[in-house]
Design a protein around this ligand. Structure first.
Ligand code: PLP
Length: 455
């Protein structure tokens, strides 16, 4: 029997030197973000008060398909990249599928998720432009952890607003951020006008990413030498994450295969876009027929149940208006939802690609996602982040279809992070206290009707 290679790693010299900007190759470009007051399209300079200038330019760049990774960032990538591409023989066997299943293991980053790929880039550009302080929001805490570490690497102070329910339910992520030296505040807080407005109306408000974003943006624009950073949704974040798919492309070639199906879980779109876009460029430019599937929770289903329209990125309405699939910026995910991916909208690039049929989306129920996560853990020995479980569930569904049809399809999914700090969610699942929760079309319609009055 010939030896089966299980794990594909690239030498340092093969770590990508450029990120891939799919906007340059898209047939229909994303519509522009709009100034919320004037409704005029934004230019990069309009974003300078909030973001580092280079990041503002990357955000709106529809011309350059390849953007150099700064040497300082690439040097930091070398501490954990390339991440392994793994052939999931254990999972294939457990499923009895003829499909070839591969996963890209982003959980090996020092902070346990893909988020560090963009955090390092964002902190680097801020430092280079003379910024001293950065703010952000975090939900479950992965982005906050990544940013806190990246800030430390480049000598910046980080202030993180953490969604209050996560701050209380996930104390270890807070400790991780504090260990890296960040200042962490539960949101909504009384430290900003946005937070005060929310708390005076609703003292028990448990927060959402939308409220935390409002607070972090407010602090950034009202503090000198301070910029805001974001861990998902925005186009420059997804740009940085394409290092995942660019590596995976080379690693799949080492394995002698090319994916028929590429899957990522979906919060705002950065890890999905990160693994997908480098492969999708071959669909756009060369007519390849790879299928791309974004896996989102049934309790926060913007791609499968939302509508495509201009909406704010936050609750207070501080951000530019973005053309995206959204549930409404006033959407509050159910408190019983344990699996992350709680944001109300999708990034503008993914929204346009979905509209144009380059990709599809599936919604996964909470219990199904944890069942998939437990099966994966037992088959492959890695406990996946609850977010990543959605991608695993979608991959299992595709592998089961192959079992029925007898097709030997090649399935690639992104393991966006590990779940070792999310064992409370696994406990809930294992003890049977997790429930499914699906957002109804009526709820979405009600949210969106309130929204139309605002815009
Ligand atoms: C933040 C996060 C996600 C969701 O964010 P995307 O921008 O959609 O990728 C998914 N998985 C993990 C582990 C995360 O930390």
């Amino acid at each position: 029997m010939s030896e089966k290679i299980k794990r594909f790693i690239l030498p340092e010299s093969e770590i990508p030197t450029q990120w891939y900007n799919i906007q340059a190759d898209m047939v229909n470009k994303p519509m522009p973000p709009l100034n919320p007051a004037t409704k005029q399209p934004l230019e990069p300079k309009d974003l300078y008060p909030i973001f580092a200038e280079e990041l503002s330019r990357q955000e709106l760049d529809q011309k350059n398909a390849w953007i150099d990774i700064p040497e300082e960032v690439r040097e930091m990538y070398k501490y954990y990249r390339s991440t392994p591409l793994v052939r999931a023989y254990g999972l294939e066997k457990a499923l009895g599928t003829p499909a070839h299943i591969y996963f890209k293991n982003e959980s090996v980053s020092p902070v346990g998720s893909h988020k560090l790929n963009s955090a390092l880039a964002q902190a680097y550009y801020c430092k280079k432009e003379g910024i001293t302080n950065i703010t952000t929001e975090t939900g479950a805490g992965q982005w906050g952890a990544a940013l806190s570490y990246a800030a430390k690497v480049f000598g910046l102070e980080a202030a993180v607003y953490q969604v209050k329910i996560s701050y209380n339910q996930k104390p270890y992520r807070r400790s991780i951020m504090q260990t890296f030296g960040a200042q962490v505040t539960p949101s909504p807080s009384m430290s900003t006008r946005a937070g005060k407005d929310i708390l005076t109306k609703d003292p028990n408000n448990q927060g959402s990413l939308g409220t935390a974003i409002s607070e972090a943006v407010e602090l950034a624009v009202s503090t000198p030498n301070c910029k805001y950073t974001l861990g998902s949704v925005l186009s420059h974040v997804t740009l940085h994450q394409t290092v995942i798919g660019l590596e995976a492309e080379k690693q799949m070639a080492m394995a002698g295969e090319y994916p028929d199906i590429v899957i990522g879980c979906f919060g705002g779109g950065s890890n999905f876009g990160g693994i997908s876009f480098p492969f999708m460029r071959h669909n756009i430019l060369e007519g390849k027929k790879t299928k791309f599937i974004a896996a989102e929770p049934a309790s926060c289903p913007k791609l499968t149940h939302g509508v495509f329209q201009y909406d704010f990125g936050d609750v207070a309405g501080y951000t530019p208006l973005l053309p995206m699939f959204t549930l409404g910026h006033n959407f509050m995910p159910a408190n019983i939802h344990a699996g992350g991916l709680r944001y109300h909208g999708a990034g503008v690039i993914v929204s346009q690609l979905l509209k144009d049929g380059y990709m599809s989306a599936v919604d996964i129920k909470q219990i199904e996602s944890f069942e998939a996560g437990v099966l994966f853990a037992q088959a492959e020995g890695i406990i996946p982040a609850p977010e990543s479980c959605h991608a695993i569930a979608a991959a299992i569904n595709e592998a089961n279809k192959c079992k029925e049809s007898g097709e030997e399809k090649v399935i690639l999914f992104n393991l966006s992070g590990h779940g070792l700090i999310d064992m409370a969610a696994y406990d809930q699942f294992l003890s049977g206290s997790l429930q499914n929760y699906e957002v109804t079309d009526e709820e979405v319609a009600k949210n969106l009707s309130e929204l139309e009055k605002i815009i």
